[in-house]
Write a protein that binds this ligand. Structure first.
Ligand code: DGP
Length: 134
């Protein structure tokens, strides 16, 4: 971890979160891609024509936790897996959006770091009109 990076001081990782159970194959998922670093599967409540999630194979609560505490190899491997998933989903040409929620204000529901991949049609603005802050 770089010396000047702030430490993430949130609560400990919950090994019983739903994505940990998916990683342990205790509950099923519709798998798209898997390698040593990550697993990609379809979101159970899609909010776009194509909506997938990529999760790292490790106990990380959020983007902040992952980037502070995972090795460079694991971070690099994870983001390469995101790219591989984009290719498998055929989203490279027409475009896609990556999104990661961290914490309460972002509405993070599942406390295991995940990147949403959305695409398959026009996605509109990132934040709805009535929520913009000037
Ligand atoms: P977030 O709000 O960023 O924590 O998004 C969590 C996403 O996880 C949300 O879009 C719904 C999805 N999700 C929740 N439970 C399950 C599940 O059991 N299986 C799958 N495939 N997706 C889930």
């Amino acid at each position: 971890m770089p010396k000047n990076m702030l430490k993430d001081t949130h609560s400990p990782y919950d090994p019983d979160n739903i994505f940990a159970k998916i990683l342990r194959e205790e509950i099923p998922c519709r798998k798209i891609y898997e390698d040593d670093y990550a697993l990609c599967f379809h979101d159970v409540t899609p909010q776009a024509p194509v909506h997938a999630l990529v999760i790292p194979k490790g106990a990380y609560r959020s983007f902040s936790d992952f980037t502070a505490n995972a090795s460079d190899e694991k971070i690099c491997g994870f983001f390469r897996a995101v790219k591989q998933s984009v290719l498998l989903l055929n989203l490279e040409k027409e475009g896609y959006r990556l999104l990661a929620n961290h914490g309460e204000h972002a509405g993070q529901e599942v406390p295991h770091f995940h990147v949403h991949i959305c695409g398959g049609g026009s996605l509109g603005r990132l934040i709805s009109e009535n929520k913009t802050h000037k």
